[in-house]
Design a protein around this ligand. Sequence first.
Ligand code: NAP
Length: 405
Amino acid sequence: MGTEGGVGVDVLSRYYDAIVFAYGAAKTKKLGIPGEELQGVHSAGDFVGWYNGLPSHKDMKFNLDVEDAVIIGHGNVALDVARILLTQPSQLARTDITETALKALEKSRIKTVTIAGRRGVIQAAFTVKELRELTEIPRTEFIPVIDKTQLQLPDGNSLPRIPKRIMAVLTTAINKQLKSRHRNAELFGRECRLLFLLAPTRFLSNLKEGHVGRVEFTRQSLVDPAKPDSKVISVNETTTIPAQIVFTAIGYTSLSLAGMSDLKVDVVRGVIPNTQGRVETVATKDFGYVETDAAMRERVPGMYASGWVKTGPTGVIATTMYSAFETGDSLVQDWNEGKEFLTPDAKVKGWEGFKEEVQKVGGKPVQWKDWKMIEAKEDRRGKMMGKEREKIVDIQEMIRVVEKA
Ligand code: NAP
C-alpha cells in the first residue's frame, strides 16, 4: 500500500488485528559518483518499471537512438536489462511488455551492450539460468572477457557448484565465439560484452553537453580470489567505455511508509527488522545504533513482514515465496497460540471501516474482485494484440474499468 490518497498505515492498523508489510524494495540505489546526474544515466530499476508497465513509470523516457549501452552491476537485474535491449522486438511482442516499450525498442539502434561488474566470476550475483539465456539471444554475439590471470580463478574442479556452472556457461560461450572469429558481423548485428573487475568511478559527458558519453572505470583486484565474498581493492589503472546510455543495476532498498513510526515500525538498513516475519523495534534513532542482539529487540504485536522488505532485495521468485510461507506460518502460529492482539474484537471493523477512510481523503478503494476485473481487461486487450496481456499503465483508467463494470 502506498501513501497516495493520504491514508497511512497507522490508520490502517485501526481496522485490522494484523498487518503484513510486503511492499518490497522500491528505491533504487545510487552510485554517488560524479556525472550520475548526466542525461542518459538511468537506474535499471526505472527501466524495468517502465517496460513492465508500472503506472509511476509510464511517462519515463529512454533514448535508445544510440549505439552503445553500458550496464553497471552483475546481478540478475543487469542481465534482464541487457536481455530486453538485445532481444528482437518480434520475440518480445508475444510477452506482456508494454506497447510503449516495444515501440521504443523497435526503433532502438543499440549495437553494443557492455555489462561491467566490480568483482570476478565467482563473486558475480547473477544466476546460471539467466546467464545462459543471455548467451543464447539470436543475432547477438555474447563476449565474456575473462582474463584468467587477473581473476586468479581456481581450476574448474575446485570451484563451488554454482560458480562451476557459471564457468561452464562462459566457457561454452568463449568456445563458440572462437569458432565464429571470422564471422560475418551482419550475422550477429549486436554484441553483448561481459566485463569483470571494473568499478565505476565517473560518468563523462559527450560533446552534447549534459549527456553521458563514456563511463570511467578503475580496475579492481580480488583480495581472496577463490572466495565468493572476496573484497576488491583498486589497482592504479583506469579505462573508459563509450556509452550514450547507462543503466546502474546495483540493487534496491526499502522505504518507510507514512504512519509507520506511529506503530513503532521502522526500516533500518533497508529492511523492517524482524524474526521469521514478526516485526521488531530496534534501538536506532534514540540511541544512534542498531541493536543486533535478538534478546534486546522488542516485538511489535500484530505487525509482520514478508518478501524484500523482510529480507532485503535478494533471491529469485521461489525465495520470496518461501519467505511468505514463513511469515504466514508465524501469523498462524500466533493465532493458534491465542495471542491477545489476534483475538477477534467486534469493534475492529476491517475493510468496511478502512474503505471509509480511503473515501474520506478522495481515494478509490480497489478490492481483490476489482483487481480481477482489471486483470481480465488486460488479458482481453492482450489477446486482441496477439500477446500474453497488455497492461493498463494509467491508474485513472484502471479505476474506470472497475466503475464501468
Ligand atoms: P544484486 O543481485 O544484489 O546485484 C547487485 C549488483 O550490483 C552486484 O553485482 C553488486 O556487486 C553490484 N553493486 C552494488 N553496489 C555497487 C557499487 N557501488 N558499484 C558497483 N557495483 C555495485 O541485485 P539485483 O540485480 O538488483 O537483483 C536483486 C534480486 O532480484 C537478486 O536476488 C536477483 O537474483 C533477483 N532477480 C531475479 C530475477 C530472476 O529470477 N530472473 C530477475 C531479476 C532480479 P557486488 O556483488 O560486488 O556488491
